[in-house]
Unconditional design. Structure first.
Lengths: 113, 116
């Protein structure tokens, strides 16, 4: 089975710009979530998508938005980038079933200068 | 809101020895799941072990086992016969049992070093 894949691996952007990160979920997984992991910290939940709709959101401003496509792949969009947005962004997928473990991708390292 | 605390920023163990990583959590819920994830330098979060709160029996996966103390809200990870490949960041995570989906609350992590 194909695991969770994320692109790009690394990205450098300038403050104020916009960025789109992409994620392909593991085969058979219909739920995708995104996490932000600042250097030296644990991941923080951004939001999750199920059936192409946002279904749960953490404490992140509206400039963080996303999409889920019919094939369950997903995008994370961040507008008006700030220096504090520099982090590792992790995508995870799982079945919707409660308690199912998350399967993570290798992440996208975003640097905002 | 739930919180997860890992009080040991770094731990060190000799190869082939046993080490225990600590995790405490705070919740008012009775139904939930707890996880330990490993994050090597490759950055990918890898599931180590999973515990369902309604199960009293501690979960075990080969060299990895947990000590789940529900009343104390404690969830420690024991690694036996430590190997060099166990060196990584370890994160404890909580998931509510209500509803479904992928929202995990993570602790701050413990860096495990394994000495040859």
């Amino acid at each position: 089975e194909t695991g969770v894949t994320q692109s790009p691996t690394h990205l450098i952007k300038t403050r104020g710009q916009q960025v789109t990160l992409r994620c392909s979920s593991q085969s058979g997984h219909n739920t995708v979530s995104w996490y932000q992991q600042a250097l030296g910290q644990g991941p923080q939940f951004i939001f999750q998508y199920y059936r192409e709709e946002e279904n749960g959101r953490g404490n992140f401003p509206p400039r963080f938005s996303g999409l889920q496509f019919p094939n369950y792949s997903s995008e994370l969009n961040v507008n008006a980038l700030e220096l504090d947005d520099s982090a590792l962004y992790l995508c995870a997928s799982s079945p919707w079933t409660g308690g199912s473990p998350l399967h993570f991708g290798n992440g996208t390292r975003l640097t905002v200068t | 809101a739930q919180t997860v605390t890992q009080s040991q920023p770094e731990m060190s163990v000799q190869e082939a020895e046993t080490v225990t990583l600590s995790c405490t959590y705070d919740t008012s819920e009775s139904d939930y799941y707890l996880f330990w994830y490993k994050q090597p330098p490759s950055r990918q979060m890898i599931l180590v072990i999973r515990q369902e709160a309604y199960k009293q029996q501690n979960a075990t996966e080969n060299r990895f086992s947990v000590n789940f103390q529900k009343a104390a809200k404690s969830f420690s990870l024991k690694i036996s016969d430590s190997q060099l490949g166990d060196a990584a960041m370890y994160f404890c995570a909580y998931r509510s049992g209500w509803g479904a989906g992928n929202m995990l609350t993570f602790g701050g992590g413990t860096r495990l070093m394994v000495k040859p």
